[in-house]
Design a protein around this ligand. Structure first.
Ligand code: G
Ligand code: G
Ligand code: MN
Ligand code: NA
Length: 254
């Protein structure tokens, strides 16, 4: 049970940290990107998962402040890895619906890139399919502005929302991230196999990148590789981990 006042304090007490989960490119078998995933290091209760406090942050509007911090910290980290000559990693940041629809959102992203000095090409914004679809005309404008800025955009949890294929054609997005629910029962589940195969060829035919989330086993990775999936983010390769561990992980694979 979490109180809003605790969330607010946690931010000023620097109790939030970002973990990073590697995304492995299948063709080269190397890590080209990571997803930043927030954790709350609570002084009494240890690590608290975002599933337990992001919903409250969304209800109370605190997600705006928290989301800005996440974006800033992820950009700062990617830039630091690059400057220190450690690795070049595109960092993917989850954007809540409320953030995406805020009229100041694109300006905030631009300002954060400027302040941290990160190349826009090294930032990817993950927006869920359901968040995108609520206002299709404005969505097109925001996506165009983000494209002009030069950041990457991916549709998170793809396959679980309601985007019509005709809109997909005009979405200015770079990547579809296939939701974990379609991956977890591969390759045995014939329906999930059909859905996954179809999403991969849809993405390829539209010239989009496709990432599968949640592969935990070698046979799942093999299935996805054979169907032309570009990259995989799943426990098979690595869990979300602290930045130091991520660096060792990347270096051990390159
Ligand atoms: O890391 P974990 O599997 O516990 O994440 C659970 C959920 O929390 C996922 O749906 C993930 O997208 C979400 N999440 C993690 N970090 C962030 C964040 O920084 N911002 C937002 N909006 N959601 C996040
Ligand atoms: O909603 P979103 O796609 O942002 O959620 C990402 C979350 O999915 C991460 O917090 C991560 O913990 C979780 N995740 C990533 N890979 C796997 C996996 O292979 N298995 C399971 N069970 N969860 C995963
Ligand atoms: Mn995500
Ligand atoms: Na997802």
């Amino acid at each position: 049970f979490i109180l809003m006042s605790e969330l607010d304090k946690a931010l000023s007490r620097q109790e939030f940290i970002l973990f990073y989960q590697p995304r492995v490119e299948l063709e080269t078998n190397t890590v080209k990107g990571v997803e930043a995933l927030i954790r709350w290091k609570h002084p009494q209760h240890g690590f608290i998962s975002p599933g337990e406090f992001i919903p409250l942050a969304e209800e109370t509007g605190f997600i705006a402040t928290l989301g800005e911090w996440v974006l800033w910290e992820a950009c700062r980290q990617s830039k630091a890895w690059l400057d220190e000559g450690i690795c070049e990693l595109r960092v993917a940041v989850n954007v809540a619906a409320q953030q995406f629809w805020d009229p100041g959102f694109v300006a905030m992203v631009r300002r954060t890139l400027h302040e941290t000095g990160l190349d826009p090409q090294l930032l990817e914004l993950e927006i869920t399919e359901s968040a995108l679809m609520s206002d299709q005309f404005r969505m097109m404008d925001v996506l165009s502005e983000l494209q002009e800025l030069g950041v990457y955009v991916s549709i998170d949890d793809f396959g679980t929302g309601y985007s019509s294929l005709s809109y997909l054609k005009r979405f200015k997005v770079n990547t579809l991230k296939i939701d974990r629910s379609f991956i977890q029962d591969l390759p045995e589940d014939t329906e999930d196999a059909a859905i996954t195969t179809t999403i991969i060829s849809l993405a390829r035919n539209l010239g989009l990148q496709v990432t599968a989330e949640g592969a935990e086993r070698a046979d799942q990775v093999e299935f996805l590789r054979q169907r032309g999936c570009d990259s995989i983010q799943g426990f098979y390769y690595g869990r979300p981990m602290p930045p130091e561990e991520l660096v060792s992980f990347v270096q051990s694979r390159s």
